[in-house]
Design a protein around this ligand. Sequence first.
Ligand SMILES: Nc1ncnc2c1ncn2[C@@H]1O[C@H](COP(=O)(O)OP(=O)(O)O)[C@@H](O)[C@H]1O
Ligand SMILES: [Mg+2]
Length: 209
Amino acid sequence: MRTILVVNPKGGCGKTTIATNLSGYYASKGVSVSLVDLDQQRSSYQWALSRPVGAPAITPYSEEIDSYDTQRVIYDCPAQIHIGLTTDLINKSDIIIMPINPSIIDHRAAFKFIFDIRGMIRADVCKQIQIGLVANRANKNFNSFHELDNFSKLMKVPIVTSLRSSQNYVTAANEGLSLFDMPHNRVATDLEQWRALQYWAEGKLLKKK
Ligand SMILES: Nc1ncnc2c1ncn2[C@@H]1O[C@H](COP(=O)(O)OP(=O)(O)O)[C@@H](O)[C@H]1O
Ligand SMILES: [Mg+2]
């Protein structure tokens, strides 16, 4: 079992979008996956319940349980995450994915949060927990993307991929689907942007003992 935390204290940056689509990716590959929704809004829990019959299975949880019997566990965190809850979750995570919108306001908030996260990681697991940024609703030609790039270098946290703003996320979510359940020709551009995240996540997870 490997644990992936999708977290950022900022609301609306794409946590649920990434947690649900990453779950969809694993499910589409036949990898068993639990999606744990820690947000009281229950967006990803309801999304998982609304998946059509025949869509690859994702096991939804509306709260944390003691143990999961799936190969991957993905936590979709709320915006205002409780500090005690975060410490516990951070230390049991194998990787941390932080969606971030390229915007100076969001960079500042993330800057503080990454410091906080690093302060929470126990010494014995310190080197093993990798943090990766996902630039969400990003356009590489905008100045804000270059600022995010500088931010990533300063913090020594990689931008694993950048995802464009795409109606495909909204359409898929409305139907309880992920991009990986949609006709490939319709979502090819978006799937291409997901590839680097898949490689990064699995590369880090498979290296872990
Ligand atoms: N790359 C994207 N393209 C288009 N819409 C997006 C994208 N990422 C997120 N959204 C939309 O933005 C809104 C907020 O995203 P969400 O994943 O719920 O954020 P969070 O969980 O961090 O609050 C949702 O309506 C979602 O469908
Ligand atoms: Mg959410």
